[in-house]
Design a binder for this molecule. Structure first.
Ligand code: 3PG
Ligand code: MG
Length: 386
């Protein structure tokens, strides 16, 4: 694979794909790992006097220009982390604007392009657009491992027209995850959380085939509970995926994979309710929502962790950005910190929110490797779509 160590790029115009989809709560960046990830590649490219155009997405604006998804907010952090006095900002990603900015920039300058998902051409792969834009650049660099499972123009389109080079972070992620997976040992366990099954169907299907235990938490567990006819009150659910949840449960049975769903939960009237009620899942009340897994469920997961040889964790098991619904996620992170090295358990964690939760709890020590990638784990090929 062409990369920055075996392929020299000097005095060129570079189209650089980063994953700047950082976790943000109330307008504040909760974790900067995804910005730091590109630092090494960007430093090399700057010192080699390239003009770099940084292309990234934020959220899922689906081809519409929506203020709340502008990437403008990230400029101060970008400057600070990359130690730059100035970063250009390109609002319109079209030929005239790119050419104008290229002329204004000096060798070694950086320009951030506005959210690539504001363009319809991004998700409906548009090769004419990719070709036209590519003609303005010399090289395409992909350092966005955690977004590379998307079959979008910024990932799979530009490399069709430009020499494509992997960034340092991309190489680092691939090496670490491969070495983790090459050392597969059973019994192994996967913990999957987060809000939606829809984005993790493929991940769950793959994990069930490969892991002895798969524990499901987060809002995603609610759809499974609903599929099993529990009253989940006002909890976040994806009703259209009940059948999918049933299929996954069936597949788990057939594959001899123990699927763990919460048996008790923490509920609130809404996400800002700071007086949660602890309930058995048989006793849910219709005006409440499930916001975290309960103590018994957490305990069960923690016991499984310490009896595993290998653990993969993707997605918080509760609404961890809102206290006290970070309790179970924090407890899991702490059990890993205390036991993983001692018991020689290999632990791989990944995903923007998961990384943020691990940092919040200062539990990084316990993990064999922490990846910026979440969704990518579920893919055999990076260009498959969820
Ligand atoms: C992520 O946050 O997992 C990546 O940036 C990909 O984002 P997406 O799931 O919205 O494609
Ligand atoms: Mg995601």
């Amino acid at each position: 694979m062409k990369n920055l160590k075996n392929y020299n790029i000097k005095n060129k115009k570079i189209l650089f794909r980063a994953d700047l989809n950082v976790p943000v709560v109330d307008g504040l960046i909760k974790d900067t790992a995804r910005i730091k990830a590109i630092q090494s590649s960007i430093e090399i490219l700057i010192s080699n006097k390239n003009k770099i155009f940084l292309m990234a997405h934020f959220g899922r604006p689906k081809g519409e220009i929506l203020d709340q998804y502008s990437l403008n907010f990230i400029l101060p952090s970008l400057k600070e982390i990359l130690n730059l006095d100035k970063v250009y900002f390109l609002e319109n990603f079209d030929q005239a604007s790119v050419e104008k900015t290229v002329n204004e920039m000096q060798a070694g300058n950086l320009c951030l392009i506005e959210n690539i998902r504001f363009l319809k051409e991004e998700e409906n792969i548009d090769l004419n657009f990719a070709k036209k834009i590519s003609s303005l650049f010399d090289v395409y660099v992909n350092d966005a491992f955690s977004a590379s499972h998307r079959n979008h123009t910024s990932i799979t389109g530009f490399p069709k027209f430009l020499p494509a080079v992997a960034g340092n972070h991309m190489i680092n992620e691939i090496d670490n995850i491969n070495s983790f997976l090459d050392n597969a040992k059973k019994p192994n366990m996967a913990i999957v959380g987060g809000s939606k099954i829809s984005t993790k169907i493929q991940l769950l299907n793959n994990l069930i085939e490969q892991f002895s235990v798969v524990a499901i938490g987060g809002a995603m567990a609610n759809t499974f509970l609903l599929a099993n006819n529990y009253n989940v009150g006002k909890s976040l659910v994806e009703k259209e995926l009940i059948q999918e949840a049933n299929n996954i449960q069936l597949k788990a049975k057939k594959s001899n994979c123990e699927l763990i769903l919460p048996t008790d939960v923490l509920c609130g009237k809404n996400i800002h309710d700071t007086n949660p009620v602890h309930r058995n899942i048989h006793d849910m009340s219709s005006d409440e929502m499930i916001l975290d897994i309960g103590d018994a469920s957490t305990q069960l997961i923690n016991n499984k962790i310490i009896n595993s040889k290998m653990v993969l964790w993707n997605g918080p098991v509760g609404a961890f950005e809102f206290k006290p619904y970070d309790k179970a996620t924090n407890a899991i992170a702490n059990v890993i910190k205390i036991n993983a090295k001692k018991l020689k358990i290999n632990i791989l964690a990944g995903g923007g929110d998961t990384v943020s939760a691990i940092k919040n709890t200062n539990t990084e020590d316990g993990f064999t490797y922490i990846s910026n990638a979440g969704g990518v784990f579920g893919f055999h090929r990076w260009d498959e779509e969820t």
